[in-house]
Design a protein around this ligand. Structure first.
Ligand code: NAD
Length: 503
């Protein structure tokens, strides 16, 4: 069976109408073979505006449904995702080229955030605060915010939607999603799965609560500029964030920006090298280097460099690269030719900066439009040139260090601030790494790699990563508006700070 035929069958099982897959000009390809899967119709800017209007009407009804009841809809969404995990996971593998366990893992992440959000739906509480005035009570209340716009990247085509949607829905918001133009089929599948949950939930869920808008960046811009969209959660490159951020700021809309990473690891003299090796291999080569949290820079202490780096190089030379659907390869394809060209350009520049390159060449698999590469390990004399930027491909730059303070400075000397890790058994080093003058990233790990976060923590990063936080902890607060309420139950009207104003 061709991948296109399998895709059509999977989509039919998930509830996507066959007619939705053809007749348009948005060509969708599988990076696994490069073959065309569908040609989707794109929504016009005018119709996108109408969809936002309708989602705004949905918000006005949904905000009045009690939080725990809203949680019931997300519980049903989680159930539907459990029931369709195999099909959706497979579709993720087909559309993005992820190995099967990662395709399934992405759907598991969706289920996990639904579970989290269900519990959260009974915990959307604020504080009661001591007041300075007698006979008064001060408290804060959290209210639904409005329409939440979600713009997502190709590499986590469904999890990012669920991180946002599960929270936004229990918070009483409606959600309008503009998925990546490279991965719209999994988005249509999610829309159909959500529709099943809504059907089971019944009439308390308004129509148009979570529509999907198929289109390119122009449709993302419609979400960004529409005054009815209270919050835009945008995941993608720093380039995209630089465009989106100021436009949102101009109309004082809220922004959750989840942008690029240039994540580093430090291997210290006391590190468990076997553990470090496995963590580095998964972090740097997993998902073919196409995770925002992919390990891209590695600093190895000079005392262990010659023990670790040759072993790493061997892993780079031997890791299996190939069709993730038909083989047990650990490294699948790059998303497209542009990604391949970007990788080759970065490697060339690294060579010009004195880098010694292992790997990086194209691996032929009989499909001229599929781009498989052997991951590249580049030993760099110093942190310069392409090492300072994110190249969204499997390149690991390895550098030697001798002094801990210096390596901390180097670690933080890049624009992005997403994820970081240290491998050490020295308490002073690990605590320092996690301290105020340690890693400047939103995620800082000890003895595990940079990628593979769980949903329970708030996810996101600093600096050019955009500063947004999604998923667990108190990230939900971005999806609600806070009101501070002061109630006077006395018979007097004392003013704060002792001010008198007697008329
Ligand atoms: P991209 O920036 O090319 O596109 C991301 C999304 O933004 C797409 O849906 C695109 O249509 C939209 N878009 C682009 N320009 C826009 C604009 N001006 N206005 C509105 N929408 C616009 O990114 P990509 O290639 O799909 O994904 C890879 C990038 O995403 C990497 O940089 C990666 O690090 C980043 N990423 C970050 C996170 C995170 O949580 N920090 C997660 C996943 C991916």
């Amino acid at each position: 069976m061709t991948i296109a035929k399998e895709t059509a069958e999977l989509l039919a099982k998930l509830g996507v109408a066959k007619e939705a897959l053809s007749g348009g000009d948005l060509v969708v390809r599988s990076p696994v073979t490069g073959e065309q899967l569908a040609a989707l119709k794109q929504i016009s800017a005018a119709d996108a505006g109408k969809a936002i209007d309708a989602a705004h009407e949905a918000f006005k009804a949904w905000r009045l449904v009690p939080g725990p009841k809203r949680g019931e809809l997300v519980r049903l969404l989680g159930e539907e995702l459990r029931a369709h995990k195999a099909e959706l996971g497979r579709l993720v593998s087909i559309e993005v080229g992820k190995i099967p366990s990662e395709g399934l893992g992405e759907v598991q992440e969706m289920i996990d955030i639904c579970d989290f959000a269900v519990g959260l739906s009974r915990q959307l509480y604020g504080l009661t605060i001591a007041t300075e005035r007698p006979g008064h009570r001060m408290m804060e209340t959290w209210h639904p915010l409005g329409v939440v716009g979600v713009i997502s990247a190709f590499n986590f085509p469904v999890a990012v939607w669920s991180w946002n949607a599960a929270l936004a829905l229990v918070c009483g918001d409606s959600v309008v999603w503009k998925p990546s133009e490279k991965t719209p089929l999994t988005a249509l599948a999610c829309e159909a799965i959500f529709a099943r949950a809504v059907k089971r939930f019944g009439t308390d869920a308004p129509a148009n609560l979570a529509p999907v808008l198929i289109g390119e960046r122009g449709i993302g811009e419609v979400l960004v500029d529409n005054p009815k969209v209270a919050l835009v959660s945008a995941t993608g490159s720093t380039r995209m964030g630089r465009e989106v951020g100021p436009r949102l700021a101009k109309r004082f809309a809220r922004a959750v920006l989840e942008l690029g990473g240039n994540n580093a690891g430090i291997v210290c003299p006391s590190a468990d090298l076997d553990m470090a090796l496995r963590a580095i291999a998964f972090g740097a080569m997993g998902t073919a280097g196409q995770r925002c949290t992919t390990l891209r820079r590695l600093f190895v202490h000079e005392s262990v460099y010659d023990q670790l780096v040759p072993r790493l190089k061997k892993a780079y030379e031997s890791v299996s690269v190939g069709n993730p659907l038909e083989t047990s390869s650990l490294v699948g394809p790059l998303i497209d030719k542009m990604a391949f060209d970007g990788m080759q350009k970065a490697l060339k520049e690294a060579g010009e900066h004195g880098g010694k390159i292992t790997g990086g060449a194209r691996v032929e698999n009989g499909h001229k439009d599929a781009y498989y590469v052997r991951p590249a390990l580049v030993e760099m004399p110093k942190q310069a040139g392409p090492v300072l930027e994110e190249t969204f491909a499997p390149i690991l730059y390895v550098m030697k260090y001798s002094d801990f303070d210096q390596v901390l400075d180097l670690h933080n000397a890049v624009g992005a601030g997403l994820s970081s890790s240290i491998f050490t058994r020295d308490l002073q080093e690990s605590e320092r790494f996690l301290s105020a003058d340690g890693s400047d990233c939103g995620i800082a790990n000890v003895n595990i790699g940079t990628s593979g976060a769980e949903i329970g923590g708030a996810f996101g990063g600093e600096k050019e990563t955009g500063g947004g936080r999604e998923s667990g902890s108190d990230a939900w607060k971005a999806y609600m508006r806070r009101a501070t309420n002061t109630v006077n139950y006395s018979k007097a009207l004392p003013l704060a700070q002792g001010v008198s104003f007697d008329i």
